[in-house]
Design a protein around this ligand. Structure first.
Ligand SMILES: *Cc1c(COP(=O)(O)O)cnc(C)c1O
Length: 353
């Protein structure tokens, strides 16, 4: 394997970090909102900022209640624990975060197994789900939960068609199965598809959303559901060590983000499309996955993803090799238009020299 050489555009001082949308730092306005938070002991349910954040998010989706947690891994894992019993089986896409990136938590935390489906860029369909449900047979694990991810991370930020989600929900209802959505980037999907949160609230028994990704918070995720589910979830959060005390300072960042950082996601999507389009014509690129939201994934040609990432790093651009020949770039709040322009220049010069 040989590597493409660089042109001469280099500025070692400005690092442009596309590794993940988790790398954002709070804006001055967000920090100010955090400083002003009124806090209390959230394990006692006495933190006003946390209560406000949970109530705001629940209302947004038309759900009864919400639970603030340290991470999206925790909100997903709590949901899985609440919906399953040891020995049960969870249906999800083979690329799902709950399976790929949560440390084997489905098995470790819930004692459950997984039925992995080969989806379309991270998205499974109703027919696949229906065919994956185990028959009522003592030899078989008991299917007890269906999970989808929207947008799909390894699917390159792909969005579900809401009509398909409704069909999956119908299959769930026909079989008495709860339906969970890993919505780490659900707001990206809502903005990209011009959808509103409430229909998602109606469709899903539990919803996980991340505040620490595109919404720009330093920490935090929310789990939404009905009051009974969230009561149970709160017990599991304690069990997992996720009960936090005067955490309203972080919840205040979440409240700020829900007010100010949703609409601007369209900028990230615009930037991602520009970068995707620029990559399309480069000789070192085999294929760019369709860009639907803030994630750009491309396959390399004649060079490994690792080598290409190293070359980009020499030019102060940080990206992530997610497979031997796949590179991922994620747009976010801290990437300006100027940085995007500069990145495109660098990407276009990678082939020259
Ligand atoms: C980031 C992410 C999560 C949660 O990750 P944490 O780092 O634990 O907050 C869950 N699902 C998806 C699809 C993600 O991209």
């Amino acid at each position: 394997m040989h590597s493409p050489k660089f042109g001469s555009i280099t500025n070692k001082h400005m690092i442009i970090d596309f590794r993940s949308d988790t790398v954002t730092r709070p804006t001055p306005a967000m920090l100010e909102a955090m400083m002003k938070a009124t806090v209390g002991d959230d394990v006692f349910g006495e933190d006003p900022a946390v209560n406000e954040l949970e109530q705001t998010a629940a209302t947004l989706f038309g759900k009864e209640a919400a639970l603030f947690c340290p991470s999206g891994t925790m909100t997903n894992q709590i949901a899985i624990k609440c919906h399953t019993q040891p020995g049960d089986e969870v249906i999800c896409d083979a690329d799902a975060h709950i399976y790929q990136y949560e440390g084997g938590g489905i098995a470790a935390n819930s004692g459950a197994s997984v039925k992995l489906l080969p989806g379309d860029r991270g998205r499974i369909n109703a027919l696949q789900v229906e065919q994956a449900i185990q028959p009522d047979d003592v030899h078989r694990p008991r299917t007890s939960l269906v999970c989808v991810e929207n947008t799909s991370n390894r699917g390159g930020g792909s969005c579900y068609d809401f009509e398909e989600l409704k069909k999956i929900k119908q299959v769930c209802d026909n079989n008495g199965l709860p339906f969970h959505i890993d919505g780490a980037r659900l707001f990206n999907a809502l903005v990209a598809k011009n959808e509103t949160p409430r229909p998602y609230g109606e469709l899903f028994d539990s919803i996980s959303i991340c505040l620490s990704k595109s919404l720009g918070c330093p920490v935090g995720s929310l789990l939404l559901g009905d009051a009974r589910f969230i009561k149970k979830a709160k017990r599991v959060r304690k069990l997992f060590g996720g009960g936090m005390r005067q955490v309203g300072y972080l919840a205040a960042a979440g409240i700020y983000a829900l007010q100010h950082h949703i609409e601007r996601l369209s900028e990230d999507h615009e930037h991602a499309k520009m970068i995707g389009a620029a990559l399309q014509t480069q000789t070192y690129v085999e294929r760019v996955m369709p860009v639907e939201t803030n994630i750009v994934i491309f396959e390399t040609k004649e060079t490994s993803a690792k080598d290409l990432v190293a070359l980009l790093k020499d030019q102060s651009i940080l990206a992530y090799a997610i497979a031997p020949t796949k590179v991922r770039l994620v747009l976010h709040l801290d990437i300006t238009k100027e940085m995007v322009t500069r990145t495109i220049q660098i990407l276009e010069n990678l082939k020259s020299a």
